[in-house]
Design a protein around this ligand. Structure first.
Ligand code: FES
Length: 368
């Protein structure tokens, strides 16, 4: 058991926002630890097969999934009832909300159900508005356009690309959404698996009824009953040759990553809800060419964060350099590209993703 406790009660949005807060998967190919963070490689793979095909769907069902009523699931179907593009556990959809916001949500239904996609969203009262809009504006019969599915958090079956012999799942809060289809697949295919699902309280946790049907391999752990978990609580029973799939708030994923680094033979596939802090940043200026405005970007802030102060409607979604929503063109200035998806040709044309990429000098002039 680790002596270090970390707060698993992050700001509310860390428990709730899906893909806007969503997701880093970083491969840390530190051979000696054999830990695998699946992001960079998987995102590069995903980037090569991004499906930006837009599909107009209808909300066919809306259900409250947690006793506190702050999680709803939406079942999305085609108006003509046709089959939808297939997906695998870990995939997500981009939802174009009525306001124009773009938000990413993990698919949490059954991949075998080809005529409906299910997503679940926790309402974040003080968030940027996407989750509130889903809760308030998307009712049965509403139209919503989606893009995808895409999968940047793939579930790799033991023996089929994973050296692990068994799988351990850890879900925190609304991080249950990508994990749930993985658990079902593992169970269906006879994989040796276990799971810890943690949250503030049972009232706040979605899909408890569905998980109970999956049997005793699922362990439910709540902060109000058991206190904040330690790494050992979340990784109980994990030993060598185990693949850990983890999705949840940053403190939880960080706690697990730190512990797994000390566990030879354990793979970590992790998704978290919010971007990492800026690392090795330096301050610079951004000039908005169309208006001449100049904004200062401090060393620990992103261009997007500073741009939103003067242009709050600027588009963004993942804030982690993989969805491309924030792409802009630089007219001049050296770019420090920190995304994982733009092609060399796009970079050569001056494109950059301002949620992560920076200036390698003193000033960038953006076509904004
Ligand atoms: S917001 Fe997704 S790449 Fe920038």
């Amino acid at each position: 058991m680790s002596a270090r406790r970390v707060p698993l009660l992050p700001p509310a949005d860390l428990y709730g926002r899906r893909r806007s807060d969503r997701a880093i998967r970083v491969i840390d190919a530190v051979a000696e630890t054999r830990m695998r963070w699946t992001a960079l490689i998987n995102r590069r793979t995903a980037a090569g097969t991004v499906d930006d095909h837009r599909i107009a769907l209808t909300v066919a069902q809306r259900r409250v999934e947690a006793h506190d009523t702050d999680v709803v699931s939406l079942l999305l179907t085609a108006p003509d009832g046709r089959a939808l593009p297939p997906w695998r556990p870990g995939a997500h959809l981009d939802l174009e909300l009525p306001s124009g916001r773009l938000r990413q949500y993990s698919l949490c239904g059954d991949p075998a159900e080809r005529h409906a996609y299910r997503v679940a969203v926790r309402r974040i009262p003080d968030g940027a508005g996407g989750s509130r809009e889903v809760h308030e504006a998307l009712t049965i019969g509403s139209s919503v356009t989606v893009r995808g599915p895409r999968n940047a958090f793939p579930f790799v079956l033991p023996g089929h690309g994973s050296a692990a012999a068994r799988v351990h799942f850890v879900a925190g809060g609304i991080g249950i959404t990508p994990i749930l289809p993985m658990v079902r697949m593992a169970r269906r295919l006879g994989v040796d698996w276990s799971m810890v699902y943690t949250g503030r309280s049972r009232d706040s946790m979605a899909f408890l009824g569905e998980l109970e049907l999956l049997g005793s391999r699922v362990s439910i752990r709540t902060d109000d009953e058991s206190g904040l978990p330690e790494a050992g609580d979340l990784l109980a029973g994990v030993d060598t040759a185990t693949a850990v799939y983890c999705c949840g708030p940053v403190p939880m994923t960080t706690l697990i990553a730190d512990r797994v680094r000390e566990m030879p033979g354990v793979e970590l596939h992790s998704e978290r809800f919010s971007p990492l802090p800026v690392r090795d940043g330096t301050a610079f200026e951004v000039e908005l060419a169309r208006t001449g405005e100049v904004i200062a970007v401090p060393a620990d802030r992103t261009v997007l964060q500073e741009l939103l102060k003067v242009r709050p409607d600027s588009p963004y979604s993942c804030r982690q350099g993989f969805c491309r929503t924030c792409r802009v063109n630089a007219l001049s200035g050296p770019v420090d590209h920190r995304d994982t998806v733009l092609t060399d040709a796009e970079r050569a044309a001056g494109d950059l993703l301002i949620c992560v990429s920076r200036c390698a000098g003193e000033r960038l002039v953006l076509d904004l």
